[in-house]
Design a binder for this molecule. Structure first.
Ligand SMILES: [Zn+2]
Length: 253
């Protein structure tokens, strides 16, 4: 069974999301569909017609706060986070939610990062934080650990990763159409290095989020995947079969 739209309506964007982007990605235009889906009042989100969608289309939604370096190469300073904190404890003006969008989160200086951490740890109700970065290594580990992480940054793709991605996509379809069990699907991947399989799954998610279809449902999967990739890079022994089973279950349920 596919993640249908009706199902997606019940899956919320995580309250704090950290998105890893490519240098060439334009964070604001990439996230527009996600913001629209979060804020839209229509039945079919984003409807494109309601007050929220109009504000977003005109780049002036009063309940979307963007925090970014004040000029190219500058850091995000604590004063900017203090100003943000004043805003987020007030009632949204027009929507039922407030969205905080911090671009270039790796530019947060230490004081700003610590101040933001407090807001993320005890967020006001209905306030959602979306942080973007092109450099995960420069984000404080504590701050990153409080967010659900999602990577849109693509690794160098080998032909084998591309091949495994196709295999993964057809396996998910096979399970969804009850042609194979999760166990049978996982067996198809035992001959490939785990790192390649993980990169292929990441590529699969990258394509899904770009096609705007299953955005909400795959955030948790992505967070798990990034943690597993980190363990693989640190040579921590893992049970590949069990890991793949849990990844598959997350995609098909
Ligand atoms: Zn709308």
């Amino acid at each position: 069974m596919n993640l249908s739209l009706s199902k997606l309506e019940h899956i919320q964007c995580p309250q704090s999301l950290l998105l890893v982007l490519n240098e060439t990605d334009d964070a604001e235009s990439l996230l527009k569909p996600l913001l629209a889906r979060m804020l839209c009042d229509g039945a079919n989100k984003p409807c494109g017609h309601c007050k929220q969608c109009h504000h977003l289309a005109n780049h002036m939604h009063p309940d979307v706060t963007v925090v970014k370096p004040e000029k190219v190469g500058a850091q995000i300073k604590i004063d900017q986070i203090r100003a943000l904190q004043k805003t987020i404890y007030t009632t949204p003006l027009c929507a039922t939610k407030r969205m905080v969008f911090i671009t270039s989160a790796h530019k947060l200086n230490e004081a700003a990062s610590n101040a933001l951490l407090k807001s993320i740890e005890e967020p006001p109700q209905n306030t959602y934080f979306i942080l973007t970065t092109t450099s995960m290594r420069q984000i404080s580990t504590t701050l990153a650990s409080r967010c659900v992480k999602f990577s849109l940054a693509q690794d160098e793709l080998s032909p084998r990763v591309l091949e495994v991605e196709v295999l993964f996509r057809t396996s998910i379809e096979g399970i969804n159409q009850h042609q194979a069990s999760v166990c049978e699907a996982v067996k198809r991947f035992t001959g490939f290095p785990l790192d390649d399989v993980l990169s292929a799954i990441q590529l699969y998610m990258h394509k899904e989020i770009k096609s705007n279809s299953h955005t909400m449902g795959i955030f948790k999967q992505s967070d798990m995947l990034l943690d597993i990739k980190k363990k693989v890079s640190e040579n921590i022994p893992l049970n590949a079969t069990l890991l793949l089973e849990s990844i598959f279950i997350g995609f098909v349920c």
